[in-house]
Ligand binder design. Structure first.
Ligand code: SAM
Length: 257
C-alpha cells in the first residue's frame, strides 16, 4: 500500500522537513540546483543507453529541474518534468530558459500518484532522490513503471545501507542492504541492466549554504527560528549519516513487456 500522505506532507517528506517550513524552502534551497540527484551522472548513464533522438523522457519529482535540463541539454532529448511543489516548477522553467533548452523541456505541477494513467508513458522515466516517499522500493517501482512503455527504462537514483551500516536515521528506516534492495527493485519482474555506484554524493558545500540561508531567515522570522535552524542542522547530520552508512546508486531497470 502507498503511504497515505497529503500533498504537502509528501513534498515535506521528500525534502526532509515539516510542512510548516514549506514556505521557506525556496529561499533555504536557493543556492542549490540539484536536490539530491546527480544530474551529470544520470545524464551519462542515459548516454550509455544509446538512445535515439526520438526518445521521450519523464523526470518524476524533478525538483528545480537540474536533472531534466541536463538531460535535455546533454542528450538533445525531450523531457517532461513533474513536481508537486509549485515554486520549483518556476525554478525549472527559469533554469531551462537560462540553459537554452526551453524548447526541449516541459514542466508541470502535479502529483505523480494522481497523474498515474493520465500521462502518456515515455521511453525513459527518471526518479531521482525521492527516497521512499511513495513507500518501499517495490511499491515505488510499481508506480514508476506505469510512466514507462514496456521495454523502456527506469533510471532510479537512490541507494542502500552499507554492509554493517545502520538505517537508524529519519527517512532511512525502510532502507536495507544491497541484496534486499535489489530484490525489491526487481520485484515487479523488471530487469536490472546497470548499477552505478555514485561515490561523490557528498558535497560539503551544500549544507553550509543551507545553514547560511537558515541564519538569515531565522534572524528575520524569530517565531520560526528554531525550526529553520534545526532543519539546517538535520541536513548537515544527514550528510554525516550518509557518508558513514549509505551507498548511493543509480539503477537502470528495463521494464518487462
Ligand atoms: C529531494 S527532491 C529531488 C528533486 C530532483 N529529482 C533532484 O534530484 O534534484 C524531491 C522532490 O520530489 C517532489 N515530490 C515529492 N512527492 C511527489 C509527488 N507525489 N509527485 C511529484 N513530486 C513529488 C518534491 O516536491 C521534491 O521537489
Amino acid at each position: 500500500m502507498i503511504a497515505m500522505r497529503s500533498e504537502d506532507e509528501m513534498i515535506a517528506y521528500a525534502l526532509e522537513t515539516h510542512t510548516a517550513l514549506l514556505p521557506y524552502l525556496p529561499e533555504l534551497l536557493a543556492d542549490l540546483e540539484e536536490l539530491g540527484g546527480n544530474a551529470e551522472a544520470i545524464t551519462s548513464v542515459l548516454d550509455d543507453l544509446n538512445l535515439t533522438k526520438s526518445t521521450t523522457v519523464v523526470d518524476l519529482g524533478c525538483g528545480k529541474g537540474a536533472v531534466a535540463v541536463k538531460v535535455a541539454q546533454g542528450l538533445n532529448l525531450n523531457v517532461l518534468g513533474i513536481d508537486l511543489f509549485e515554486p520549483f516548477i518556476e525554478s525549472c522553467k527559469e533554469l531551462a530558459e537560462r540553459q537554452d533548452v526551453s524548447g526541449l523541456c516541459h514542466f508541470i505541477h502535479g502529483d505523480i500518484l494522481k497523474l498515474l494513467g493520465k500521462i502518456e508513458p515515455r521511453d525513459v522515466a527518471i526518479f531521482a532522490a525521492l527516497g521512499d516517499v511513495l513507500g518501499p522500493l517495490d511499491q515505488t517501482v510499481s508506480v514508476i513503471r506505469q510512466y514507462v512503455k514496456p521495454g523502456g527504462y527506469m533510471v532510479i537514483s537512490d541507494g542502500f545501507i552499507k554492509d554493517g551500516g545502520s538505517s537508524d536515521f529519519p527517512g532511512f528506516e525502510q532502507y536495507a542492504e544491497h541484496t534486499d534492495m535489489i530484490a525489491r527493485l526487481t520485484a515487479c519482474g523488471d530487469t536490472l541492466v546497470r548499477e552505478v555506484i555514485v561515490a561523490d554524493i557528498i558535497d560539503r558545500g551544500e549544507d553550509e549554504m543551507i545553514a547560511t540561508r537558515a541564519k538569515v531567515i531565522a534572524a528575520r522570522r524569530p517565531e520560526i527560528a528554531d525550526e529553520i535552524l534545526t532543519y539546517a542542522e538535520m541536513q548537515a547530520a544527514e550528510y554525516e549519516y550518509i557518508d558513514k552508512n549509505f551507498v548511493s546508486a543509480i539503477w537502470v531497470l528495463k521494464r518487462s513487456l
